[in-house]
Design a protein around this ligand. Structure first.
Ligand SMILES: NC(=O)c1ccc[n+]([C@@H]2O[C@H](COP(=O)([O-])OP(=O)(O)OC[C@H]3O[C@@H](n4cnc5c(N)ncnc54)[C@H](OP(=O)(O)O)[C@@H]3O)[C@@H](O)[C@H]2O)c1
Length: 312
């Protein structure tokens, strides 16, 4: 029964942290409770968590002291940063360092840091098959997180490094009707496998890591829900949405030129996943993920449950 181990969840109002918060709230017998961190305890998402029994507290990733206060007395911390809000590796890493140092200051037993690969270990800056961005990075939103892994080790935080994958929810903005009226998914992935996961399952898998106790402290756990090729994904989407969804395969340089904020970063990301497919897929053992999260969703199950969110 409950020994009330508090998990302080950064990003509890968002996708990954929300998945973790709901996993804990759904399983009260396991003995964990949620402390949900947010900048705005008055948001609808924060109210929804509070109504379900989470302790909602105000904290800001840019303010280490606010994190240390929010982490006080907690058994675990789930740490996530949102690159797409700050568009700055420096700022994202400063936030990661705040999580790491505040966790140590608060004497937390177990930290999960939501990270990604530092792609420069595969493709150094001088390799010109993809452009270098922001002077020091190939895939800023990946490299910054991967490099920040070292900040947790440096701070002495007892950390599990949870390397995530493409959230299938990202497809909502990507499946679009072309001039010919046919739905298309445009990606520069060729025939390579694309590890993907339901956002909710990131948090549920993090919950499985906390349930294991100390076992995975110091380890890297890379996750995905399935490793599908894009033509397999569009076949499933066609069936689920009840109309053809075409795969429009474009070269990475074309994707990088699309002009939306971060198109170059995301184009480089897909090129990295394509060019280093075996390493990127191989790091993500689906049996391990299922052992941590027995309810891991397949792409088809996720698509059926979420088909109305495509808005097409
Ligand atoms: N989309 C993908 O396919 C994908 C795949 C892998 C990894 N990622 C990574 O996922 C990260 C975002 O995670 P997500 O999708 O779970 O987040 P999200 O749904 O976009 O929500 C962002 C969360 O971060 C919190 N937050 C942001 N800035 C904060 C601050 N200064 N202080 C305190 N809380 C702050 C927000 O809380 P409040 O607003 O309530 O304060 C919110 O809960 C990104 O860094 C991205 O690179 C994305």
């Amino acid at each position: 029964m409950s020994d009330g181990k508090v998990i302080a969840v950064v990003g509890a109002t968002g996708t990954q942290g929300g998945g973790l918060a709901r996993a804990i709230l759904d399983d009260p017998e396991e003995g964990f409770t949620v402390r949900a961190l947010t900048r705005n305890p008055d948001s609808d998402a924060a109210h929804a968590l509070a109504e379900r029994g989470a302790d909602v507290v105000q904290a800001d990733l840019d303010d280490q002291a606010s994190l240390a206060t929010a982490f006080a007395g907690a058994h675990g911390v789930f740490g996530v940063t949102n690159y797409w809000e700050v568009f700055s590796v420096q700022r994202e890493q400063a936030q990661a360092a705040n999580i790491a140092r505040a966790s140590v200051e608060a004497g937390v037993h177990h930290v999960i840091w939501s990270t990604l690969e530092d792609t420069r270990k595969w493709i150094p800056l001088h390799d010109d098959r993809m452009p270098t961005l922001a002077e020091n990075y190939k895939v800023p939103h990946f490299d910054g997180k991967g490099e920040a892994d070292g900040l947790f080790a440096e701070a002495g935080a007892p950390t599990t490094y949870l390397a995530t994958a493409f959230f299938w929810e990202s497809l909502f903005g990507m499946v679009a009707r072309g001039d010919d009226g046919v739905l298309a998914l445009t990606l520069p992935m060729g025939e390579a496998r694309l590890p993907g996961i339901a956002g909710e399952d990131v948090g549920r898998t993090a919950y499985g890591v906390f349930e294991r106790g100390d076992e995975l402290i110091g380890s890297r756990v890379a996750i995905a829900g399935e490793h599908l090729r894009v033509f397999e994904m569009v076949a499933t989407l066609s069936e689920v949405l009840g109309e053809e969804v075409r795969y429009q395969d474009v070269p990475p340089e074309v994707f990088r030129s699309f002009g939306f904020p971060g198109a170059d970063d995301i184009g480089n990301m897909f090129q990295f996943k394509h060019d280093f497919e075996d390493d990127y897929v191989g790091a993500r053992d689906l049996d391990v993920v299922r052992s941590l999260n027995p309810e891991l969703q397949s792409f088809e199950d996720w698509a059926r449950a979420n088909k109305d969110r495509f808005g097409v």
